[in-house]
Design a protein around this ligand. Structure first.
Ligand SMILES: CSC[C@H]1O[C@H](OP(=O)(O)O)[C@H](O)[C@@H]1O
Ligand code: ADE
Length: 290
């Protein structure tokens, strides 16, 4: 197996620079059309694949991002690890706009999205107790530090449906009662689907604002967010450029992300739906055909 680092770019991150032999490649998926073509190339001898989550021109909302098609397309390309970079609001005074957070937990409050590749005809229950890959997250942390980025180790990301920002009552609930650190609209179900696809996943949340709980920041303003977003996007691209050198050649995941489906599928072989199995060829081919 060869390492291929996938990067999913969030708001403000619609391309990455410096790839050798770079080309935008269309990838077909039985789960729909991915957000965009995928920019493939090589960086320091490591294969890379970049996908802008909202599409170039930011035409997809957090609800309409085709999360399953995106993860499936990455799997079909041979991506072994996904680094997600996302804009987020902060619930903590010390996580200031411009800071990065290496997310390690999520609370999923999204409700209008398809969240699994599995279902009737092939039921599977993957564990997401530890929803990010510790090894990949450590590499991202190192890359941030090497770039001189102010980075926080660990944080709980509240994934909301959006597209509106939170009410003050919601913001206080997530911060004061639920102990969340940051808030965004896209990392769920992306992280869950990456786990089902047995792809290591790390999330770097880039703080753009203090949401609306902060006494000095009355309401979230997209104009202010965009100002911070541009600087964050530059830092994200610099961080990503350091990853190939830090990760080195492929090795099986010591945390087991690449074996997440080993005991997950419950449906008896004779009860499995051939049409669903065909769609699962990339995501679950290792366990279904192995
Ligand atoms: C730009 S403000 C809200 C928007 O930004 C984040 O997107 P992403 O996670 O893709 O960086 C947030 O989740 C919202 O979709
Ligand atoms: N405050 C916020 N809430 C949800 N998503 C965001 N993305 C950036 N800032 C956000």
């Amino acid at each position: 197996m060869e390492r291929m680092i996938g990067v999913i770019g969030g708001s403000g991150v619609y391309e990455i620079a410096g790839l050798e032999d770079a080309r935008w490649q269309a990838v077909e998926s039985p789960w729909g059309t991915p957000s965009d073509e995928i920019l493939v190339g090589t960086l320091d001898g490591v294969k890379m694949a970049f996908l802008p989550r909202h599409g170039r021109g930011h035409y997809l909302s957090p609800t309409t991002v085709p999360y399953r098609a995106n993860i499936d397309a990455m799997k079909r390309l041979g991506v072994t690890e996904i680094v997600s970079v996302s804009a987020c609001g902060s619930f903590r005074e010390d996580m200031a706009p411009g800071d990065f957070v290496v997310v390690d937990q999520f609370i999923d409050r999204t409700f209008a999205r398809e969240k699994s590749f599995f279902g009737t005809g092939c039921v599977a229950h993957a564990s997401v107790a530890h929803p990010v890959c510790g090894r990949l997250s450590a590499a991202c942390l190192q890359a941030c530090r090497d770039e001189g980025i102010t980075v926080h180790v660990g944080g709980t990301y509240l994934a909301m449906e959006g597209p509106q920002f939170s009410t003050l009552a919601e913001s206080k609930l997530y911060r004061e009662n639920w102990g969340c650190d940051v808030i965004g609209m896209t990392n769920m179900p992306e992280a869950k689907l990456a786990r089902e696809a047995e792809i290591c996943y790390a999330s770097i949340a880039m703080v753009t604002d203090y949401d609306c709980w902060h006494p000095d920041h009355d309401a979230v303003d997209v104009g202010d967010i965009v100002k911070t977003l541009t600087g964050n996007a530059d830092k994200a691209r610099a961080m990503i450029a350091r990853l190939p050198a830090l990760t080195g050649p492929y090795e099986p995941c010591e945390k087991g992300c690449d074996r997440a489906l080993d005991y997950a599928i419950l449906t008896a072989p004779e009860k499995r739906d051939p049409a669903l199995l065909a769609k699962l060829d990339a995501v679950a081919g290792r366990v279904l055909n192995g």
